[in-house]
Design a protein around this ligand. Structure first.
Ligand SMILES: Cc1ncc(C[n+]2csc(CCOP(=O)(O)OP(=O)(O)O)c2C)c(N)n1
Length: 317
């Protein structure tokens, strides 16, 4: 992997982490009246996958969509305006945290579990019918794949050999319920082995994600049909909201701390410094710049206009 790609992956993860940490630090001010599902700890998946895509590809995500939105190049200003419910937010302040969609970036999300899987499959069908080389990518949590529509979509994608990559961000939990209480004791990727070309990878290793996502995306572009990647990862914060939640009983402090030791950003920062891709000083300066950008975007969002009564009926069908 070349140095430019490594730097790109690192900066993508750093941006997601710092922007979400800004959300954490101001959430208590109650200016963001939207439930927020943070991806802190899971940044490697969106960063590693999206780094392989072109502007014409399309990405679909679920409720936990900040990471993919930012990895896709979504505007930080419009992100904060949206979370603050303002008119110039990426979805006019109507969607909030879980509905970050920006067609100009080829990015769409919805919090209906499994809901984006058939939409992404439809996008892949249109790519194929229009004889493009574009690829659809859909991110879903481990519980999202328990929705029946996933089976229907996989069936159709295989039948039509569609250019779609299914990414499962397996962070072990559906809200507060561990996967062992929800699914048979066989890894997700094995259950789709007969059908797709699945792989289970370390979703906290951004290079691993990048390399396997590259193979998947390239294979789709060559018309070889759908691919499935299960990325094992972990969210550090509570299911929805900015806090830690090891005090409520469904997971232990030790489990969270053990995963924090495998933090994708810290591990990769070490590698970036070791390989001298960036100097310590340059990482610090870049980090500070991103933090300032996130703080400024939030400050600007608070000055953003609210939607007016006249806006109420626009965009309603
Ligand atoms: C169809 C549907 N059922 C239930 C919910 C409520 N819900 C929101 S998030 C969530 C858990 C999702 O878990 P997973 O798909 O593994 O994603 P994660 O939150 O772990 O990223 C549930 C049950 C929903 N949004 N949509």
């Amino acid at each position: 992997m070349n140095q430019t790609t490594r730097k790109k992956l690192f900066l993508s993860m750093l941006k997601i982490r710092r922007v979400e940490e800004q959300v954490v630090s101001v959430y208590g001010q109650k200016q963001m009246r939207t439930p927020t599902h943070l991806s802190i700890g899971q940044e490697a998946v969106a960063s590693g996958v999206c780094a392989n895509l072109t502007k014409k590809d399309q990405v679909f995500a679920s409720h936990r969509c900040h990471a993919a939105f930012l990895a896709r190049g979504g505007s930080v200003d419009q992100f904060f305006l949206e979370l603050c419910g303002r008119k110039n937010g990426v979805n006019q302040g109507r969607g909030g945290s879980a509905h970050l969609s920006d067609a100009s970036k080829g990015f769409f999300s919805s919090p209906i579990l499994g809901g984006m899987v058939p939409v992404a499959t439809g996008a892949a069908l249109s790519f194929k019918l229009n004889k493009t080389k574009n690829v659809a990518v859909v991110f879903s949590g481990d519980a999202g794949l328990e929705e029946g529509v996933f089976a229907e979509s996989v069936n159709f994608a295989l039948l039509k050999k569609l250019p779609i990559v299914f990414i499962c961000e397996n962070n072990l939990y559906s809200t507060n319920t561990h996967i062992r209480y929800r699914q048979p004791n066989s890894p997700i990727f094995k259950r789709v082995t007969e059908l797709l070309k699945p792989k289970q990878i370390n979703g906290n290793d951004v290079e691993k994600v990048y390399v396997d996502a590259k193979k998947a995306v390239d294979s789709c572009r060559r018309g070889k049909g759908p691919v499935f990647l299960e990325c094992l990862t972990y969210r550090f914060r509570e299911h929805v909201g900015p806090l830690y939640d090891y005090n409520i009983g469904y997971r232990t402090k030790k489990e969270v701390f053990d995963w924090e030791k495998r933090c994708p950003l810290s591990l990769y920062k070490r590698k970036i410094l070791k390989l001298k891709i960036m100097s310590k000083k340059s990482v610090e300066l870049t980090d500070k710049k991103i933090m300032n950008e996130a703080e400024n975007s939030y400050a600007k969002a608070l000055k953003g206009s609210w939607p007016t009564e006249k806006d109420l009926m626009t965009g309603v069908y």
